[in-house]
Design a protein around this ligand. Structure first.
Ligand code: VGL
Ligand code: ZN
Length: 202
């Protein structure tokens, strides 16, 4: 059994004060760092959008909330994690220099929450093949946002047959609606993920 860590989207734009600031995301940086230092094989996902990505508010002047993007329901997000910008770079204190990076969200017409596939399940990031090549069967997952990219990464990993542990203490969510984080956690649990708090299953 090889156990790897996936650190989801620990990028400047998701830190409080950033355009898509996730409440408390800065607080988990030391916990993410401790996990990173604990694992030999560390994967980092990186939200990596072109500047005209179809999920961006700048592309839909005057609109908020939900739109349809290439046939899929899409939340309009503030512009964030544009390729090659500081906002898209990793928070250095997470220690991700030796992580293997998988980028997502490059296609302008489809969003990509999961580190494995885009939201239309058309494009594969190559993460599954990479993990298979390393003999990985078990994954621990931390990072942001619990109710979006962490959730879809965990659920795809469960569907692909990995044993998955959500390191809940090292995740934070957006919580656009009250209860979103808890609902996401229940959904991950239903799909087979172990929800852990400081190492202990709950
Ligand atoms: C994310 C919304 C848009 C995330 C990325 O990392 O959870 N959320 N892009
Ligand atoms: Zn994004």
């Amino acid at each position: 059994m090889t156990h790897a860590l996936i650190v989801v989207d620990m990028q400047h734009d998701f830190m409080p004060g950033g355009p898509l600031g996730v409440p408390g995301a800065n607080e988990i940086v030391p916990d993410v760092r401790a996990l990173v230092d604990d694992f030999e094989l560390v994967i980092a996902t990186q939200d990596w959008h072109p500047k005209d990505h179809g999920s961006f508010a700048s592309q839909h002047p005057g609109k908020t909330g939900l739109i349809e993007l290439d046939g899929l329901s899409q939340i309009i997000w503030p512009d964030h994690c544009v390729q090659q910008t500081h906002g898209a770079s990793f928070v250095p204190e997470c220690g991700l220099d030796r992580a293997v990076v998988f980028q997502k969200g490059q296609t302008p017409t489809v969003d990509s929450y999961s580190g494995f596939f885009d939201n239309a399940k058309r494009r594969d990031t190559g993460l599954h093949a990479f993990l298979q090549s390393k003999g990985v069967t078990k994954l621990s997952v931390c990072g942001v946002a619990t109710d979006y990219c962490v959730r879809f990464t965990v659920e795809d990993a469960c569907a692909l047959g990995y044993e998955v542990r959500l390191c809940r203490w090292a995740t934070r969510g957006v919580e656009l609606q009250p209860g979103d984080i808890q609902n996401a956690i229940e959904s991950m649990r239903e799909r087979g993920a172990i929800i852990a708090d400081n190492g202990r299953p709950s």
